[in-house]
Design a protein around this ligand. Structure first.
Ligand SMILES: [Zn+2]
Length: 47
């Protein structure tokens, strides 16, 4: 079973967090907040 949801949950580039519970999409639908390190990033595949 592959872990590919409809939404792209790309691992955090800062701390490599990959657990979806720690990756929260922001209201702009482009940015993900990593609760593990507190940084936000934009998953590369999201357009
Ligand atoms: Zn992180």
């Amino acid at each position: 079973m592959r872990l590919e949801a409809e939404l792209v949950y790309e691992s955090c580039p800062y701390c490599c967090e990959s657990r979806v519970d720690y990756l929260v999409w922001q209201e702009d639908d482009e940015t993900v907040l990593c609760l593990s390190c507190g940084k936000t990033y934009r998953p590369g595949e999201h357009k």
